[in-house]
Design a protein around this ligand. Structure first.
Ligand code: OGA
Ligand code: NI
Length: 353
């Protein structure tokens, strides 16, 4: 399903990378955020970081407990000992960096539309006149196999398709493991969340974010505040350039990535299935004037046309269901239309009471 009004972009697309490379000193008004959304430069919180969990230590119970605490306190954590090859992680990031440094006409062959979002893009949302984020991206489907289409993936650099295939395979295995732990931590059968996602028919897609250098980083954002609409997100950050900020109360904490770690966060669908025991958390990306940044966000999602609602065992008289049933196809139309808007969607979904 596509939904009305999502056929084409409302304005001609401008590649942020081209703007950045043109050497301008003042960013166009379209990218200037209202003052309350601009990044604040509070330095006093620099010591804090999201928790780091080692999945490879052999102490299953301990990492489960650490994940439970991280989900409760942050909604975000880093994992090491995750089983994904470090060489593959580095190659995946660098292959995508090479893609973004291909000539514009090569990239334009993959220009996307809001119909499916697949391909090379520069905005999220179709609101005419919207203030835009300082980034370009590439979006592709990895699962289900029926949606995966190598022709919609870049062909350069020459190893990129093979690298994405192998990267996807290893990250999907990690997601399966995390889903079991998240289920156990809710007191459920370890297959519960995976089954609710559609078992082997889950969806998985990837958004590769490219944040070009920005001459006025204090006025804009690389990606506006949002929670991820899907199930789980496995982010491979740029190992050299920080940028991701996680909301904690009224503060924004800049994540300091550990070596070869992934950043994991809970998406809205897991919040719904868990009847808000797990919560998705707002995050955003800041940019800087000296270094570009590349990140790979891998989204592990429910099968797109099954109904998602709190699992039975988590609905009681004391804790009634907070959310009405909805498919992920319906759910993601919101962000695809409006662009990133904090947690407004999952908040609005709450059943009136
Ligand atoms: C995302 C996201 C963060 C980053 O793609 O949803 O939050 O660091 N990315 O690029
Ligand atoms: Ni996100």
């Amino acid at each position: 399903m596509t939904g009305g009004g999502l056929q084409e972009w409302p304005e001609p697309i401008v590649r942020v990378q081209s703007l950045s490379e043109s050497g301008l000193h003042v960013i166009p008004d379209r990218y200037v955020k209202p003052p309350h959304q601009r990044p604040t430069t509070t330095r006093h919180r620099d010591a804090s970081n999201i928790p780091i969990v080692d999945l490879g230590g052999g102490h299953g119970k301990q990492s489960e407990e650490e994940i439970w605490a991280a989900c409760r306190d942050w909604g975000f954590f880093q994992v090491v000992g995750h089983g994904v090859s470090p060489e593959l992680m580095d190659r995946a990031r660098e292959a995508w960096r090479e893609f973004f440094h291909q000539p514009m006409e090569v990239k334009q062959r993959y220009a996307n539309s809001p119909k499916t979002y697949e391909g090379y893009g520069s905005r999220l949302g179709v609101q005419k006149g919207a203030v835009l984020d300082w980034s370009d991206y590439y979006f592709l489907h990895y699962l289900p196999a029926t949606l995966k289409d190598h022709d919609k993936w870049p062909s350069l650099p020459s190893d990129i398709r093979k690298v994405i295939d192998e990267y996807g395979k290893q990250v999907v295995a990690l997601c399966g493991r995390l889903m079991r732990i998240l289920s156990l931590n809710l007191g459920l059968n370890e297959r519960c969340l995976q089954d609710a996602f559609g078992g082997t028919e889950i969806g998985a897609c990837m958004r590769v974010n490219f944040y070009p250098k920005c001459p006025q980083p204090d006025l804009t954002l690389g990606l506006s505040s949002h929670s991820d609409p899907g199930g789980l997100t496995i982010l491979l950050p740029d190992h050299q350039v920080p940028g991701l900020q996680v909301r904690r109360g009224d503060d924004w904490i800049t994540v300091k990535p550990a070596k070869h770690a992934f950043i994991v966060n809970i998406g809205d669908q897991v919040q719904v299935l868990s009847n808000a025991i797990y919560r998705s958390v707002e995050h955003r990306v800041i940019v800087n004037s000296t270094k570009e940044r590349v990140s790979l966000a891998f989204f592990y999602n429910p099968k797109s046309d099954i109904s998602i609602q709190p699992v039975n065992e988590l609905v009681t008289k004391e804790r009634p269901s907070l959310y009405p049933p909805m498919t992920f196809d319906q759910y993601r139309l919101y962000i695809r239309t409006k662009g990133p808007c904090g947690k407004s969607q999952v908040e609005a979904l709450k059943s009136p009471r």
